[in-house]
Design a protein around this ligand. Structure first.
Ligand code: ADP
Ligand code: ZN
Length: 713
């Protein structure tokens, strides 16, 4: 399995749960997979699809995502296609013919196609071995994205009762989970729930204080990278993106009020790395599968933890370190409260209020942000401290806060426990506002006692006192502060208390997206090269290579194709297609600076045959001199896979008698001549030098006898 992972996808290791899911479906058992965004769900069905002899159907709700996935599979040399309603009828017929002829291994389908009787009839004739349902929560009315067409999938399951079904989603409350199992008629599914922790994301909350300048400073550190800024309203996105553009960042706004064409173009430009920055409302994101978003900023407070988690989840899908920054001002709550007050249904209104209150708790948290998020989503065993959020990272200075606490608590009492944190802060800082003097609060002894302390700092103390249980917050529209029973006891007993002082916010660790001190300049030019290739092939850049792959190239500086093969994300198809051009760029850079290649440590080497039963089984059948087609059908594998086994066995020095498989002499001579002319081991150029009737399979087979002359890597 690991060999397939490396050969087809270029990865060394499985992510958590991937291997177990794959084994389950290959054992023909149904599965339900709950994994956060970026957890690597696609691989859970793409890899087993290669092992089944028939076709794998993948149901997915979003056409744009399907297209990207098909592009990515094709770049990895895997025969995939999608059938969507946007295809022209002729195009559709061509694809259907290819599928019927067995030329396509993985077929992506939009669910509404299944509602068409003719299409259902066509699907029924296909050898479907495996069905994957992506974004499976769409089947549930309880989910946030119900799609009635998903209900049609029951029929699909009925058409192929013996094929395993895997349902995958990133959102699943218990109710949605039960819905998926019931509606898809999953049979005793194994349920996989991965942690919702996103270890590569750093969470940070900053007070809203000269926010625009602060944002510009952060963005400055992410120049050349992709970033998303979420705003509250449509108008905010327009003004902010205009201001950012004026400040020298190229940004585009995105919201549901723009016409569909503009929206599509903006999305496309972002995905294709043609615009680094999108300023959006929460309308942006569905259908965005961009793996290398390095920064997600919330310019305003989101209205729920669910939304915040989902939006920040769009950062760092590729697993590289990425950052989430939330700018928080309690004033932002007012806007939400205004809308919440408009909600007619009282239960719904109360629910929204509760969600907002949780969001505020998160923003005002004095403890680990990640621990809070994970507990919110039911992971009760989350560690108390993550080491990768502002609360865990920023060193805070502890001081004797007894006096400060006395002043704050008495300000709350003296103003009659009628006001929120913002008003109390103003009184303590001695604000000359009309409200304060009208109420006579400027004559209180506590007025102006904190004139030297900044607003955010003072609010931070109050948040700490709230967390410590001395201050309480009235629920509802105006969260007024009161002193709790514990607070009153503390005042009476003249207790002591330690507070911590917030430090200057740390600079985000931009430009250091990796544990590897890579050549930054080379990385930039590899990125350009990637974009160039992507434009030529009309696919998004990440389809060519992911950021991690380019970073490794820019660190290990491979100087041969076999060195390049060791890099993560470089499978055989990509090595063949892009190996030479990327190698040329790397060696030119390295030679100009007299830098040598570094060997990449590998935990797993597919070149060396491990004692896996799959190779041994093939070897035994070869020893019995069975024809290739017979071995393939005995093993229920493609003949190409069998030849792949032979390549591995021979490369590892296995003594294997394969003479009986050699193509007839005159054909072999022609193939040999073509390989000699091309001078390279790649099949495509050789294929072009020969007449139509020579198949890739035959060339690959013949190549087994030509290893010595071609071993020029
Ligand atoms: P999801 O659908 O769960 O959001 P994806 O399937 O899109 O996640 O995968 C997220 C990213 O992780 C992709 O860029 C993918 O190529 C990468 N990835 C998946 N599995 C692995 C793996 N085993 N090793 C390295 N990268 C992986
Ligand atoms: Zn933390």
């Amino acid at each position: 399995m690991r060999d397939l992972l490396k050969i087809h996808f270029g990865y060394d290791e499985f992510r958590p749960l991937q291997e177990d899911v794959i084994k389950t479906v290959l054992g023909r058992r149904d599965a339900l997979v709950l994994m956060p965004t970026g957890g690597g769900k696609s691989l859970c069905y793409q890899l087993p699809a290669l092992q089944f002899s028939g076709i794998t159907l993948v149901v997915s709700p979003l056409i744009a995502l399907m297209k990207d996935q098909v592009d990515a599979l094709q770049a990895n040399g895997i025969a995939a296609a999608c059938l969507t309603s946007t295809l022209a009828p002729e195009e559709l017929r061509v694809r259907e013919r290819q599928i019927a002829a067995g030329e396509i291994k993985i077929v992506y389908l939009a669910p509404e196609r299944l509602a068409m009787p003719g299409f259902r009839q066509f699907v029924r004739t296909l050898p479907v071995d495996f069905i994957a349902v992506d974004e499976a929560h769409c089947i549930s009315e309880w989910g946030h994205d119900f799609r009635p067409e998903y209900r049609k999938l029951q029929g699909l399951r009925a058409d192929f009762p013996r094929s395993p079904v895997v349902a995958l989603t990133a959102t699943a409350t218990k109710q949605v989970r039960e819905d998926i199992v019931r509606e898809l008629r999953l049979k005793e599914p194994r349920i996989f729930v991965s942690s919702f922790n996103r270890p590569n994301l750093t969470y940070r909350v900053e007070p809203k204080d000269k926010t625009f300048d602060r944002l510009a400073r952060i963005l400055d550190q992410y120049r050349g990278e992709s970033a998303l800024v979420y705003c509250f309203s449509r108008r905010d996105t327009e003004t902010l993106s205009r201001d950012l553009t004026a400040a020298g960042f190229s940004a585009l706004p995105y919201h549901a009020g723009l016409d569909p064409k503009t929206r599509g173009e903006t999305q496309e430009k972002f995905i294709r790395d043609e615009i680094p920055l999108v300023v959006a409302t929460i309308a942006f994101g569905m259908g965005i599968d961009k793996p290398n978003v390095r920064l997600v900023v919330h310019y305003h407070l989101p209205k729920s933890i669910e939304g915040y988690y989902q939006e920040t989840g769009r950062a760092g899908r590729d697993g590289l370190p990425s950052e989430c920054v939330l700018f928080y001002s309690p004033a932002d709550c007012e806007k939400h409260r205004y809308f919440i007050a408009e909600i007619g249904d009282p239960a719904e209104r109360a629910r929204s209020e509760r969600k907002l209150a949780e969001m505020v708790r998160f923003a005002e948290l004095t403890a680990c942000r990640r621990a809070f998020l994970l507990r919110y989503f039911g992971e009760t065993d989350a560690a108390n401290s993550c080491g990768a959020c502002d609360r865990c990272l920023t060193p805070r200075e502890t001081f004797d806060g007894t006096l400060a606490t006395q002043k704050i608590l008495s300000a709350v009492i003296r103003t009659g426990e009628h006001y929120g944190a913002s008003y109390i802060t103003d009184v303590l800082r001695g604000s000359r506002s009309a409200d304060i003097s009208a109420r006579g609060h400027d004559r209180l002894g506590v007025f102006g006692l904190f004139s030297d302390t900044s607003k955010p700092e003072l609010r931070d103390y109050m948040a700490q006192l709230t967390a410590a249980g001395y201050l309480g917050k009235e629920a509802g529209r105006y969260p007024t502060l009161f002193v709790t029973a514990a607070g009153k006891r503390w005042l009476r007993d003249r207790g002591t208390v330690s507070l911590t002082r917030p430090c200057e916010p740390d600079e985000p660790a931009a430009g250091r997206h990796s544990d590897l001190p890579y050549e930054v300049e080379l990385f930039a030019s590899l990125r350009d090269l990637r974009k160039h290739c992507a434009q030529k092939e009309n696919v998004p850049p990440f389809v060519i290579f992911g950021d991690r792959t380019l970073i490794e190239m820019a660190y290990y500086l491979p100087d041969s194709l076999s060195g390049l093969r060791a890099i993560t994300g470089v499978g055989e198809a990509k090595l063949e297609r892009y190996g030479q051009i990327f190698l040329r760029e790397i060696t030119a850079y390295a030679q100009a600076r007299a830098l040598g290649a570094r060997e990449r440590p590998r935990r797993h080497r597919p070149e060396t045959v491990r004692a896996t039963s799959t190779y041994l089984a093939t070897r035994d059948l070869v020893a019995r001199q069975l024809p290739l087609s017979a071995i393939a059908s005995a093993r229920e594998l493609a003949p190409e896979t069998i030849v792949g086994h032979l390549e591995k066995l021979l490369a590892s020095g296995e003594a294997l008698d394969i003479e009986y498989l050699k193509p007839p002499p005159e054909r072999f001579a022609a193939i040999e001549a073509a390989f000699r002319r091309s001078g390279q081991p790649w099949l495509t150029p050789v294929r072009r030098l020969l007449p139509e009737e020579y198949s890739y399979l035959e060339l690959r087979l013949a190549r087994l006898w030509l290893r010595d002359i071609l071993d020029s890597e």
